[in-house]
Design a protein. Structure first.
Length: 106
């Protein structure tokens, strides 16, 4: 999930992808656009109904849309925490902010 849907008629970003824009109703002007993969945890829960507990988080992407995903590599999750996408299958998020390779300081 490195892309989200954008309506070219009104500019709205939405996830998951749909056959029409939820804002203006356009069906002819939808395209997928890349995301930064960064966001903030709005809410989360620790699920204990598995062999090993896991964190399910509601994440607001920097671009605006909200996604539900697992939060990994974090023993102490919290709301308002910065997270970044780890492109696995299925995609998951981890603490911190993704910095594209071209912007990293060595």
């Amino acid at each position: 999930m490195r892309t989200i849907q954008k309506c070219l008629a009104c500019g709205r970003l939405q996830h998951p992808a749909r056959s029409i824009c939820l804002t203006c109703g356009s069906a002819d002007h939808l395209e997928n656009v890349s995301t930064s993969g960064n966001g903030i945890v709005d809410s989360f829960t620790v699920v204990h109904r598995a062999d090993e507990p896991y964190v399910l988080a509601r994440i607001r992407l920097d671009e605006g849309p909200i996604v539900l995903s697992h939060l990994v590599d974090d023993p102490d999750p919290r709301c308002d925490q910065r997270v970044h996408l780890i492109p696995t299958e299925p995609p998951v998020f981890a603490p911190g902010r993704h910095v594209p390779p071209a912007h990293r300081s060595e």
